[in-house]
Design a protein around this ligand. Structure first.
Ligand code: NDP
Length: 221
């Protein structure tokens, strides 16, 4: 069976991704900053839990050393933070590090593992909030700019990785009832993840580099 690697798999959308792929028989590797506290993830019978703090270079080195050269069919960078609405320099940089830079550096480190797999797919959980063209009224400068940056970076990755046969998806999960999305969000995690998995099932080199919603809609950059 194929192997999926999901970051931030201890809660929210990441945990539901781990549950659904495991239920489908995939080999699931889920990362958590604190694996000993990742009860929901550890409760999934066929999921492996690995430690990763995406914003910590030493943690990334340790993670890659443990992972070794295992083939990864599908890498999903789900981990992310909302950050602060205040224009605090350090907080903004931290949000960029987690939402924009870490996913891209992780993709580059995992490229050999993905290239060695059968499916050769990568995806990042971005957000419609990163869309400039969508024109929604949100004034969340820090979060929006961090997701716009990851959109640009992963669009470039899709061009760079095409020759390696790796297909790249940039995803918007909808407004989802999680700690980040809050209880008033439009959809539950099951609906979001069922849709995201359908998009990822269809991902190919023909559709690489697109910004796509959980419902399959193409989104404006
Ligand atoms: P949650 O806040 O529920 O979960 C976030 C996950 O990311 C947690 O597992 C968290 O780990 C992990 N994480 C945060 N920082 C780091 C880090 N430095 N290293 C490793 N893991 C980290 O978020 P959601 O499940 O709602 O969101 C998942 C993704 O979807 C995010 O990228 C988000 O931006 C995106 N998204 C969500 C939407 C929504 O409505 N919910 C809408 C649009 C996009 P820990 O438990 O240790 O904090």
């Amino acid at each position: 069976m194929p192997t999926v690697l999901i970051t931030g798999a201890n809660r929210g959308i990441g945990l539901e991704l781990a549950k659904q792929y495991a239920a489908d028989g995939w080999t699931v590797i889920g990362t958590a900053r604190e694996p000993e506290k990742a009860d929901g993830l550890r409760a999934i019978g066929n999921a492996e839990v690995m430690q990763l703090d995406a914003a910590d270079a030493d943690s990334l080195d340790d993670f890659m050393a443990v992972l070794g050269d295992r083939p990864i069919d599908l890498f999903i960078n789900n981990a992310g933070v909302y950050g602060s609405n205040d224009l605090d320099r350090d907080e903004w940089l931290k949000t960029f590090e987690i939402n924009s830079i870490a996913p891209t550096l992780l993709a580059e480190r995992l490229k050999p593992n993905v290239a060695a797999s059968g499916q050769k797919k990568m995806a990042v959980l971005s957000s419609i909030m990163g869309s400039i063209g969508d024109g929604n009224g949100s004034s969340a400068i820090v979060y929006r700019s961090s997701k716009a940056a990851v959109n640009a970076a992963w669009k470039a990755l899709s061009n760079r990785y095409r020759e390696d046969g790796i297909a790249v998806a940039i995803l918007h999960p909808g407004w989802v009832q999680t700690d980040m999305g809050g209880p008033n969000a439009n959809i539950d995690v099951e609906t979001s993840v069922t849709g995201l998995r359908a998009v990822l099932d269809k991902l190919s080199l023909q559709s690489t580099g697109r910004f796509t919603g959980y419902d399959g809609r193409q989104l404006p950059w």
